[in-house]
Write a protein that binds this ligand. Structure first.
Ligand code: ACO
Length: 383
């Protein structure tokens, strides 16, 4: 029998491709989209522009930008049947399950779903980018028994999402916050959901199938679902004075503290730093008591975790630790956090599909077999 090879569990540290889309520097806590630092983009750009950048590889000219924004606006609304299915599912299923199903349905409205030419692929990706926030908002409305709100073309991409979800047009600060979250979640190299999208795309399946794979993968609490799980943990802590006791006990019980740790970042996640700073700024704007309480928990948990695990094991806060409290500033329910992640990450997923299909290779790793071989087959009546 041959010798057992080195196995990289969870593909840790394995390079599976080359990519020019984003760079994550896990040692120094840096992130670039197409060469532009996340700090600069968060401060100076907006989601529509960074989506164009990720998909096309360059910042748009004024005309390119206007044309792209117009395409997104034109395609925001949902077909009647998709709204009906969301309405049936939303009161009984988690919003991520609704997102996955509604996204899958969109293939019905594409006359040429299997066309993988670059123009056709881009059309599908931009269509999904336009419609995913509407699917998320409709899910949020229907699960609370409220009516669907049609897109408002006077609003930008993320502000329109917030309006369709809450029924209230966001002010300047609220628009900035939701756009920040869209920008920061848009792309992050070969994370689990992007890899899942690429595995599906690598079989030459269509963009809708690949996106549906991504949504299913993002749902889990070790990945995109961590934002909801982290807020649930903060609510379980309840009183800020309970923070240290809760975390100490959880760690003793070998539980994971949601919103901490990352496969690549072994220092502070730069996206988490940005969300943290805007969360602190929100305290200057008549915050809800709930947000004040959450921020106290966040700061106490952060200090304890960095002292205990940051310096020793490289476990630092990730973006999901601060995302929930920031969404609560905007009044967004915790089950809607990960659907927002989907709407935003579509920009990254789509960019990776476009790039991967330039030089497609079926993803098919190998595993080391540990079972038996050549067992004698025993008929059922003799077992
Ligand atoms: N709380 C407590 N301990 C942790 C945490 C955490 N959040 N994260 C890692 N550890 C510990 C593990 O228990 C393990 O300890 P051990 O060596 O004593 O057994 C060690 O750190 C290494 O953990 P692994 O799971 O092997 O490391 P991996 O790189 O696979 O973990 C992961 C990455 C899954 C994100 C992990 O840090 C985690 O579970 N975090 C909580 C969930 C979370 O916040 N996910 C969001 C990530 S960001 C994103 O996807 C958008």
């Amino acid at each position: 029998m041959s010798e057992k090879p080195v196995i990289n569990y969870g593909l840790e540290g394995i390079y599976v491709d080359e990519s020019a889309i984003s760079k994550v520097d896990g040692q120094n806590g840096k992130l670039w989209y197409r060469g532009y630092s996340i700090e600069n983009l968060a401060e100076q750009s907006n989601f529509e522009e960074i989506s164009y950048l990720l998909l096309n590889g360059n910042l748009p000219t004024n005309n390119q930008y206007e044309e792209f924004v117009e395409k997104l606006k034109e395609r925001r609304d949902l077909p009647k049947e998709v709204k009906e299915v969301i309405k049936v599912m939303a009161p009984v299923s988690h919003p991520m399950d609704v997102m996955r199903t509604a996204t899958s349905m969109l293939v019905m409205y594409d006359k040429d779903p299997n066309n993988r030419e670059s123009g056709a692929t881009m059309y599908k990706v931009v269509t999904l980018l336009a419609k995913l926030p509407t699917i998320a908002a409709a899910t949020g409305r229907f699960r609370e028994g409220k009516d669907y709100i049609s897109p408002d073309h006077s609003l930008g991409h993320s502000a329109n999402f917030l309006y369709m979800l809450t029924g209230k047009k966001p002010n300047e600060f609220e628009s900035k916050l939701i756009d920040l979250m869209f920008i920061l979640h848009a792309e992050h190299s070969t994370n689990a959901s992007t890899f899942s999208v690429l595995v599906t795309a690598s079989t030459l399946a269509d963009v809708y199938s690949a996106t549906t794979s991504g949504i299913g993968t993002l749902k889990g609490s070790l990945h995109g679902g961590a934002d909801e799980a982290a807020l649930n943990m903060m609510n379980a802590i309840g009183d800020p004075n309970n923070t240290e006791k809760y975390i100490e006990e959880a760690l003793e019980g070998k539980q994971r503290i949601m919103g901490f740790g990352h496969r690549v970042y072994k220092t502070y996640d730069p996206r988490a730093k940005l969300v943290r700073s805007y969360l602190e700024e929100s305290l200057t704007k008549e915050p809800l008591d709930e947000v004040k309480r959450l921020l106290q928990i966040v700061l106490r948990a952060e200090k304890l975790m960095i002292d205990k695990l940051g310096k020793t094991k490289g476990i630092w806060p990730n973006i999901d630790f601060f995302a929930g409290p920031l969404y609560r500033v905007l009044g967004i329910d915790s089950q809607m956090f990960t659907p927002i992640f989907v709407a935003s990450r579509m920009a990254g997923w789509g960019s990776h599909v476009v790039e991967y299909w330039h030089n497609n290779k079926l993803v098919r790793p190998v595993e080391w077999y540990t079972g038996s071989i050549d067992l004698p087959y025993v008929p059922m009546n003799k077992r």
